[in-house]
Design a protein. Structure first.
Ligand code: NAI
Length: 348
């Protein structure tokens, strides 16, 4: 099959690992770490889903990323193929049916924190670029257009910024924002005591929506947060609000945000994740026609800035992802335990 490369270990009876959604940066980082682990690794470029699941026969573990789709059907096939572990090389696990994996006895491990700084810093980058229209200024100046019309920004100083989700990334992002001397409002199902002690005010979602000039999403995708930013939420926001999402695409109802942009209610939109990104992100479409009309519509707005799920992508984060993934796999396959096991979330 095209798109498959194999890194053979010299040691016999070692663990066999199938890495899906593989890219050059993944295999080079994994191969470097594997010098110390000696796993037998096969790299597959395609995503793991119901079409590619047959490729997993004979592997001890599969390693996947944010856009692989490991639903119950795929899990049953993994089980039949002898796979014992699903190793996520990311923090979010919304793309794996965790309950089904537990039922059939397949472990799921993840990398809970590889560089929360990377994501928080990228979020800040999106906000600054959108506000001061750096994405537009860059092309203008390269074209010899030095006019300032249309590039007017605002001071972040004294503005109200709302953070939804104050876990590792949200907390670091709040710390970064302190330097701007802005007003910060936070919302989380489980408020962070350290942030409260530092004077960060927790409010309800309605207060975030009605008072914030900038709203940044840092909560996971769950059944509760799916389409958190919907038509109703957008209608309760301030005119010209800036919405930034570096968390998971499905937190935002794309149709609703497009309507908000058309009416001017949403003044700025910064996305590192997109609702239907599985079909687009991490691939090169320069020679192809993009079939996703909503995505193409988003790209037509001058006040929308999209990056393709790159917030995590720093040298430090990639190194940490590889190290933790290999540690997780070795620990689980040897002992059935790992400090980074993912357990089904109780919904009651
Ligand atoms: P975390 O687990 O440390 O923090 C998540 C926070 O969200 C927790 O404080 C939790 O209480 C809160 N939360 C859970 N349910 C909520 C709800 N219904 N409403 C409001 N808050 C809720 O996770 P971390 O490391 O801060 O990551 C946040 C998200 O960032 C991840 O879930 C992932 O989706 C995304 N992410 C994106 C990356 C990128 O490259 N764009 C890279 C890494 C993570």
């Amino acid at each position: 099959m095209s798109g498959v490369t194999k890194k053979q270990s010299t040691t016999k009876n070692t663990f066999k690992l199938a890495v899906f959604s593989s890219k050059k940066w993944v295999s080079s980082s994994f191969n470097e770490v594997n010098d110390r682990y000696n796993f037998e690794i096969s790299y597959f470029e395609p995503q793991l889903n119901n079409k590619t699941a047959p490729l997993t026969k004979g592997f001890d573990a599969v390693c996947i990323f944010v856009n692989d789709n490991v639903d119950s059907e795929v899990i049953d096939e993994l089980k039949a193929n002898g796979v014992k572990l699903i190793a996520l090389r990311c923090a979010g696990f919304n793309n794996v049916d965790i309950a089904r994996a537990k039922e059939v006895g397949i472990g799921v491990v993840r990398v809970p924190a590889y560089s929360p700084y990377a994501v928080a810093e990228h979020t800040l980058g999106l906000i600054l670029a959108l506000n001061r229209k750096l994405h537009r200024a860059y092309s203008r100046v390269r074209d010899g257009n030095f006019a300032l019309d249309g590039l007017l920004g605002f001071d972040i100083h004294n503005k109200t910024i709302g953070i939804i989700g104050t876990g590792k990334i949200g907390e670091i992002f709040i710390n970064l924002l302190q330097g701007f001397e802005c007003r910060i409002l936070a919302y989380d199902k489980f408020p962070n005591k350290e942030l409260e002690a530092k004077g960060i005010k927790y409010v309800d979602l309605q207060t975030i929506y009605s008072q914030c000039d900038i709203i940044s999403l840092h909560c996971p995708l769950t059944y509760e947060t799916y389409h958190l930013i919907n038509d109703y939420a957008i209608r309760s926001m301030k005119e010209n609000v800036m919405i930034v999402n570096t968390s998971r695409g499905k937190l935002i109802d794309t149709s609703a945000v497009i309507e908000g942009l058309k009416t001017g209610k949403v003044g700025y939109l910064g996305l590192d994740v997109y609702e239907e990104e599985e079909a687009l992100f991490f691939e090169d479409f320069t020679e192809k026609v993009i079939q996703d009309d909503q995505f193409v519509r988003l790209q037509t707005f001058p006040n929308v800035l999209i990056t393709s799920h790159q917030a995590f992508f720093t040298k430090e984060a990639v190194h940490n992802i590889s190290e933790t993934t290999f540690t997780n796999i070795k620990a689980y396959l040897k002992t059935g335990e790992s400090e980074n096991l993912v357990l089904p979330v109780k919904t009651e």
